[in-house]
Design a protein around this ligand. Structure first.
Ligand code: SER
Length: 313
């Protein structure tokens, strides 16, 4: 049976790069990109694109039937900072879009789901360093609460209805080709843009705020690998911890200064500091490593080099 993919939220930070990658693997005709609006030219023009509202079950079901979809990647969500400004809508979007897709799988209309979770599922009472897969989870943000609840539902639908759901707790993601949208880790993308444009950057987190981060290439590879792994290898059906690198704003600034010695950084923490303080500083991803062989490639300096070289072009 041919894999036919529907990506919901294909124009977002992850969706844009994921769409490109999945089209290259499965063929442009087998990947249907969708989003609420035509927000990215490449995603819209390089293959099949449909406008869809992730909250509209009928629209999604219609697309699934029209294209004989087997796998859905649900990338639509409100991220941490934006969600704090609009809690009710964040809860609605993040939860109900997930239920729509889970229920399509439960009804046997699709075979496999990818749904992203986040380091935001952890909270201030979680051990901060090398945070284990199984630990105290008391998220204090709307985003984190929605991801934690989503994880519980994913596991429930797998256990009770046999739904093949696969999920990763993404750390902050860093990419040169797409802009992040409303997260607490967004500074780590912006800093590279500002370093090249202005030679200076004002950071909305304090200098010693360590967070788990990952270069987008690694994140996309993890997504493809977990979806391609044989089903018996996926032992965790809530969501897998995924570690990449862990760094502070000061450390990323120092990494940039190796290439742009005059680069300066100042700190002006805002409401996002509190969100960052509630999250882990680093992640233990040994379960992903054991179960489906996960290993990240990029460290801070190799990522800095890629970011600066690509953004310069
Ligand atoms: N990058 C996300 C955020 O900052 C975390 O999942 O909201």
């Amino acid at each position: 049976m041919t894999t036919k993919i529907l990506i919901i939220g294909a124009c977002g930070q992850i969706g844009t790069e994921l769409t490109k990658k999945l089209r290259s693997i499965y063929g442009a005709d087998n990947v249907i990109a969708s989003d609420i609006r035509k927000l990215n030219i490449d995603v819209v023009n390089d293959g099949i694109f449909e406008v869809v509202n992730a909250l509209d079950f009928n629209q999604i079901e219609h697309l699934v039937e029209q294209y004989n979809i087997t796998d859905v990647y649900l990338m639509a969500a409100l991220l941490s900072a934006t969600a704090e400004k609009n809690p009710a809508f964040a809860w609605d979007l993040n939860m109900n879009s997930l239920f729509h897709v889970l229920n399509l799988a439960k009804a046997g209309k699709i075979k496999k789901i990818f749904w992203p979770s986040s380091i935001a599922v952890f909270g201030p009472t979680t051990p901060r360093y090398n945070t284990p897969q199984y630990t105290i989870m008391e998220p204090s943000t709307v985003y984190g609460i929605s991801k934690q609840s989503g994880e519980r539902w994913c596991e429930y639908y797998h256990t009770i209805y046999g739904v093949d759901i696969r999920s990763i707790r993404y750390p902050g993601l860093i990419s040169w080709s797409t802009e992040p949208g409303g997260g607490t880790t967004d500074y780590a993308v912006d800093i590279y843009h500002k370093a090249l444009e202005k030679g200076t950057f004002e950071c909305f987190l304090s200098e010693e705020t360590a967070l788990p981060m990952m270069y987008m290439d690694d994140a996309i590879r993890a997504t493809v690998e977990i979806m391609q792994a044989p089903t018996e290898r996926i032992k965790i059906r809530s969501s897998y911890n995924l570690g990449g690198v862990s760094f502070t704003p000061k450390e990323v600034a120092q990494s940039i200064q190796k290439h742009i010695p005059d680069f300066t950084i100042t700190y002006k923490p805002d409401f996002r500091q509190k969100i960052a303080d509630s999250w882990p500083a680093s992640i233990d991803d040994s379960c992903a490593n054991q179960d489906w062989n996960w290993k990240h490639e990029f460290d801070l300096d190799s990522m800095t080099l890629e970011m600066l070289e690509n953004l310069k072009r």
